[in-house]
Ligand binder design. Sequence first.
Ligand SMILES: Nc1ncnc2c1ncn2[C@@H]1O[C@H](COP(=O)(O)OP(=O)(O)O)[C@@H](O)[C@H]1O
Ligand SMILES: [Mg+2]
Length: 251
Amino acid sequence: MLELKKLYFTVQGNDAENGAPRNIIDGIDFNFEKGKFYVITGPNGSGKTTLAKLIMGINPVSGGSIFFENKDISNLSITERAKSGIAYSFQQPARFKGITFRDLLSIATGVDDEKKFLEMVGRVGICPLSFLDKEVDATLSGGEIKKIELATTIAANPKLAIYDEPDTGIDLWTIGPMVSLLKKELTKKTTTIVVSHNKAFLDVADVIIIVDKGRIIYTGDLKKSLPLLTDLSICAYHHKCEGDQDAGCLR
Ligand SMILES: Nc1ncnc2c1ncn2[C@@H]1O[C@H](COP(=O)(O)OP(=O)(O)O)[C@@H](O)[C@H]1O
Ligand SMILES: [Mg+2]
């Protein structure tokens, strides 16, 4: 349903690189199949967010192409991609003064109906109903805004949902429900891509994709990925660091 063909994102290198172009995404080829749950993982700075943003159209492609449901979307705007059924949850969601969670839901779904909103928030389950009238501004905690962003993405009922590190800043007791929610929301209609290092997501992935230095270095199941994850010191499966940043945890 989503095909990446020789995809590149190239930037001007910094002074240390003598300004030589640098491929942040370096020729990625991959086909995502309908209805599967993909987890993209890899070291910090390996290009995961950049890849997710290329798919949503937040970053322009420098080379190659992206096909969604057999249509070339490489040059479509974010809005056009959203209209064709792709939704995106930012690693660091934007905050908007004067806009409430209710407004975001209304924009994402085109619905303006109290009963429907209560239903949506209830179905998503990770945000209390009292969030509906919260302003999505600087007063929200990092975890609250992530929950609101995630709920808004799910409510849009996309064909393809992309979540960049949805667990960042989220309380531990919400992660379990969040994982089952994203798996559960995976109806026949939705394909899910989660960027995460979290064991809870890796454990339920249909396919794990490991990105390193802008390339896909592994696709497959969790079991065979474990030696690589350990080599790359990806936190959740790195036996030495156990989440301790002083011990070299990458998260
Ligand atoms: N627009 C850009 N210009 C220059 N460098 C960028 C740009 N976007 C991303 N990068 C760099 O590309 C690398 C990969 O970034 P990112 O995709 O955010 O990594 P990840 O999400 O895997 O941690 C980083 O070194 C980042 O600084
Ligand atoms: Mg990132």
